[in-house]
Each structure stands twice: as C-alpha cells, then as structure tokens.
Design a binder for this molecule. Structure first.
Ligand code: GTP
Ligand code: MG
Length: 335
C-alpha cells in the first residue's frame, strides 16, 4: 500500500471523461419523473392536512438532495408536534387514511429502527417511505443539496460512486456496507481536500442558516450562489477525480487512526473522538462523522468482515482506474 500511495495517475486518464459523463447523464432522472413525484406529494399533502392541519410534509433523501437516480423511491418526513402521542399511533392512523385512497401496499412498519409507512402509488408507480419527525435528515438533505450547487463535479462524482457501490453490492447497510448518504459525504470530504480545493467547508464559514433540531445546532453558510467560482482554480477532470477518489480509499486513507469530517473540512483523529473501540454493535473500522450529529459515525455498521469486502472493492476500483482498457464498463460490472 505504501508503494501505491506514490503511484502516479495513468497518462491517458482524460480519454475517459466523455464515457464517465455519459454514465452520469444516463442516471439523471427525467423531468417527467420530478412531475410525478410532485403529484404524489400533493396527494399525500391533501390527506395529511385534512387529518393534521398543523403538520408539514418534507421530502428528504435522494429525491431532494440532488443525488437521486431515476426511479428512486421518495423519502418523506411528516413533521408535527406530538405532545404525548406515540409515533406509532400516528403512523398507524396515516396508513389507515392512505389505504382508503387506493394507494397500493400501504404498510406501517412501527418496529423498524426508523418507523415508517411504506406505500406505492399505482398512478405514478412511485414507492414512498414516510417517517415522523426525522427533521435532522431534512436538514442534512439541504446541506448536501447546497454543496451540490457549488461545483458540478460533486454531483458527477457522487453519481458515479453511488452507481459503482450499487453495482458492486457495497451500498447495503444491513449487510455492513455503507449508505448512499455516507458515500456522498465521502465525495464532499474528498473534494474539500483537493489542492486547490474544489469545495469549501460550509460549516466553517459565516453562518447564514441556523436551526436547532433535536437539541443539535445546525449552522452553516448556505448562500451557495455566491460560491459559483469556488472550484475554478482546480481544473481536475471527472476521470482524474474518480481515479483519485478510489486511490485515496484504497491506498492513502489511514483506517486505523483517521475520521473523515465534512464539518471541519478535514480529518480528525479517532482517539480525539473516542472512536477507538467497539461499543455494543457499533464499530469504528471506517469513520465518517455525520456533519450535524457529531457523535454519529456513519461507518458504525461496518464490521470486521464487511470492512474487508469494502477495502477489496476500493482496491479493485483503484486498479481498474489505473490499468483497465475500459474502466467505464469494468468498474460497474456486477459482482
Ligand atoms: P438512495 O436511496 O440510495 O438513492 O440514496 P439516499 O440519498 O436516499 O440515501 P439513504 O437512503 O442512504 O438515506 C436517505 C436520507 O436519510 C439521507 O439523505 C439522509 O438525509 C438520511 N440519513 C441516512 N442515514 C442517516 C444516518 O445514519 N443519520 C442521519 N442523521 N441521517 C441519515
Ligand atoms: Mg433513499
């Protein structure tokens, strides 16, 4: 690994820009899909406001953070004052209301880690998960969307990385690999670290957006339209960035000691965060700090088996980016 750390990028790397951009373009959802999502949201809003006039519905996750592929499910958050009413009670009631409006497969999963109502709209074919008061997810969705506005290379890189992770079976938290949210944070951190930097650290700048959610302060600079030129001093192409991203995770990241942190725009030490040993089922074999819930490691799901799978996949991808004749195909071959 130490030898490969010094490895220079292949000289023909830029010949892969066009094919990587074609992969990216092919995954972007069409406008008509956005229209259908809006229709479904309006239908849900109609039902919700009838039953709970003060409640609000927010879209979060990939349909709202600008990192969604075509045909993604919609993640929706129902935000309301609960008082001493139980979340499950609300979800059961919601499932009941929606069931009667010929939506398909309406199911309340009240015992899941994040309790939800699941449903499918027969008109649009869109599936949707509705949770209650997961407002932090709505705020971190905005942070991701704001970062995506600064430099197009973030969206391009994250699409390619997510597509790779899904193709290779390493985007399954229940199997000990990483969430899409974790991969996007890895991309943001990586672009913050380029020299010159391609992305700034929004949480290290003047505060223009502030909210407190579940006792967590969320504060950062959100006037991203003023940062349109931020990345221009760095001329790296998408193929170079994909190469460097995998190179970093295969050969350069210090898994034993480092935590990546979008919040600080740098890496922190595991020791400083006290993320040095396993606590219950949470391990810290790859550490990705949540930008707002700083005690939350998005790598906690990774265990001693899946860390090997992940690192072997990073190494495979790095080798393909360095030597393969057709990396835009080989990278995404099913496992
Ligand atoms: P795909 O559905 O795979 O396209 O990606 P996604 O962007 O919807 O991501 P994912 O399903 O991983 O998560 C959905 C949203 O839930 C994310 O955008 C975050 O806002 C939120 N989220 C996911 N995991 C966590 C977590 O561990 N902590 C917090 N606070 N939020 C999370
Ligand atoms: Mg999702």
């Amino acid at each position: 690994r130490n030898v490969k750390r010094q490895m220079a990028c292949r000289s023909d790397i830029n010949s892969f820009n066009a094919p990587f951009l074609a992969v990216f373009e092919s995954l972007i959802p069409a406008d008509e899909e956005k229209v259908k999502q809006k229709q479904l949201m309006m239908l849900l809003e109609k039902h919700v406001s009838k039953e709970w006039p003060e409640a609000r519905l927010h879209v979060y996750g990939s349909c709202a953070n600008s990192f969604g592929f075509s045909k993604s499910d919609i993640d929706v958050c129902l935000a309301m004052e609960l008082g001493n009413i139980d979340k499950s009670e609300i979800l059961l009631k919601l499932a009941d209301i929606l069931q009667s409006d010929n939506l398909q497969n309406v199911q309340a999963l009240t015992r899941a880690r994040v309790p939800i109502v699941k449903l499918k709209d027969p008109v649009t074919g869109i599936s949707c998960d509705i949770c209650v008061n997961n407002v932090l997810a709505v705020v971190n969705t905005k942070l991701l969307r704001d970062y995506a506005q600064i430099d197009v290379r973030l969206r391009q890189l994250a699409f390619i990385i997510k597509h790779w992770a899904k193709s290779r079976g390493v985007n399954e938290t229940y199997q000990g690999t990483l969430s899409s949210y974790a991969y996007v944070l890895m991309c943001i951190h990586f672009l913050q670290q380029r020299r010159p930097a391609i992305l700034p650290c929004l949480q290290g700048m003047e505060i223009t957006y502030f909210t407190i959610v579940d006792n967590v302060e969320c504060a950062y600079f959100d006037q991203v339209e003023k940062l349109q030129n931020f990345g221009l001093r760095n001329g790296e192409s998408i193929a170079q960035l994909v190469w460097a991203f995998f190179h970093y995770w295969a050969y350069c990241h210090d898994y034993a000691n480092d935590v990546i942190s979008v919040r600080t725009g740098s890496t922190l030490s595991k020791r400083a965060k006290d993320w040095t040993r396993r606590v219950g089922n949470d391990r810290h074999l790859i550490c990705i700090e949540d930008p707002f819930e700083v005690s939350h490691d998005l790598g906690r799901v990774v265990d001693k088996y899946s860390i090997r799978v992940l690192r072997e996949e990073f190494e495979r991808a790095a080798e393909i980016m360095q030597y393969d004749h057709n990396p835009c195909v080989t990278l995404f071959e099913p496992y």
